[in-house]
Design a binder for this molecule. Structure first.
Ligand code: ASP
Length: 415
């Protein structure tokens, strides 16, 4: 009898085959078949089509599930408690992430010995980074419909939570609207399930496109920097996440890891936390996390929790300081921890924004922004990894908080 492959296995297979195919394609000389038919044709349609389909679901899903989640919390005190725990977890782990990165960056010194002239510096296109006050003020939308239309996630979250809280206070009077939202939520989740059936093909196309165009040359040029960032990410995942999970839940991590690989394939191929929200919600449901917790912590995390990005920023800041021979003191280090932690709140969960926010971190300690040009070449590859860590943090936090609120069904988790 033929054994049916699970969706997760198929997605991982897509990822692996995409990687191999991309590397092979890189060796093929440019031409009609390679560029027009494959890269800008079939692979683009499959890859971008899949990304657009998941992006299409992000705003409706976050909005609807957050309204359902907050309005079903029962009492506002509980929402406040869960919200408080979530914020402490998200900001705390991000601060730890920056500290880990600074320790690694100062001991392993990625920038020392690098001959700058041998590195091709790319065009530096640095966007405007926001001030902390602007980041805070930007959370309150003046026009919620515009926020929905523009996908301003923090504003959508703010509006949805206020709506949910109001419904929760009104109790029975809000029931008709609650029924509509509950049903809309079910429908959105079903749409996600349908889109996810195409994930193996989408992931294959996205990954092969990346490796056929970026290739591995860029990695070799800045190998030391890349390896130290990857080491930082690994330490954060195994020691910080692994340790906290064990400490707070006392559960085995394996059931989570095997389901998370499905989410990781999405984050790896899209480099977008936002795009991973549907998949994260799906696996959290499968793992037995109650809706009232997951529908709050997952969208919130995808928007504000960026531990992987913070690790990249800490190491990149030291790398740039070392390349330009600038000594950073302890005060500078503390400033980096604070700005990188706050920057992570303002970093949108889409590809490349962490790099833009890096300019805010560099500016805070007076480092030259031109340094960003040096690490641009390896940006996309690091983005794939750091986004995966960003999203893993959201999932781990969700499990820990659900467990502490007795909202994690252990028999579902362990099966
Ligand atoms: N791509 C990252 C994310 O979506 C953000 C970044 O670091 O650029 O989480």
């Amino acid at each position: 009898m033929k054994k049916k492959l699970s969706l997760t296995t198929k997605i991982l297979l897509g990822l692996f085959l995409g990687f191999i195919f991309g590397l092979i394609l890189k060796q093929v000389p440019n031409g009609f078949i390679k560029n027009t038919i494959l890269l800008d044709g079939v692979l683009k349609v499959l890859g971008n089509g899949f990304t657009s389909a998941i992006k299409m679901m992000v705003v409706p899903l976050v909005f609807v599930s957050l309204v359902c989640g907050t309005s079903s919390m029962g009492d506002v005190k509980r929402l406040g408690r869960i919200g408080g725990k979530t914020m402490i977890f998200y900001l705390g782990t991000t601060a730890i992430a920056v500290i880990v990165s600074l320790v690694l960056g100062s001991t392993l010194k990625p920038g020392v010995g690098l001959d700058m002239s041998s590195v091709v510096s790319g065009e530096v296109a640095i966007g405007e980074s926001k001030s902390v006050v602007d980041i805070i003020l930007d959370i309150i939308p003046s026009n919620p419909i515009a926020s929905l239309a523009n996908g301003e996630m923090l504003q959508v979250i703010f509006f949805a939570m206020l709506l949910g809280v109001a419904m929760s206070i009104l109790g029975k009077k809000a029931d008709p609207v609650r029924v509509v939202f509950e049903s809309a939520n079910e429908i959105c989740m079903k749409m996600v399930n349908i889109i996810m059936l195409f994930a193996p093909y989408g992931v294959f196309a996205l990954v092969s496109n990346t490796f056929a165009t970026v290739g591995t040359d860029a990695i070799f040029a800045l190998l030391k920097y890349v390896s130290i960032v990857l080491l930082g990410l690994l330490i954060h995942v195994t020691i910080v996440y692994g340790g906290m999970f064990k400490l707070f839940t006392k559960q085995k991590i394996k059931p989570f890891i095997s389901k998370f690989s499905r989410v990781a394939a999405i984050t790896f191929s899209t480099a977008s936390s936002n795009a991973s929200v549907p998949a994260s919600l799906e696996i959290m449901e499968e793992l037995g996390v109650n809706k009232s917790v997951r529908s709050f912590t997952i969208p919130m995390g995808a928007t504000i929790n960026m531990d992987g990005t913070a690790i990249m920023q800490g190491i990149a800041a030291l790398f740039i300081a070392q390349i330009y021979n600038i000594d950073l003191g302890i005060n500078d280090m503390i400033t980096i921890v604070l700005t990188a932690t706050l920057a992570s709140i303002g970093t949108a969960g889409v590809p490349g924004v962490g790099m833009i926010m890096l300019s805010m971190v560099l500016q805070s300690v007076g480092l030259p922004l031109e340094g960003i040009g040096l690490i641009m070449g390896v940006e996309r590859i690091i983005d794939m990894f750091r986004t995966t860590v960003n999203v893993m943090g959201d999932n781990i936090c969700t499990l820990i908080i659900a467990n502490s609120e007795k909202e994690l069904e252990l028999n579902k988790y362990n099966c």
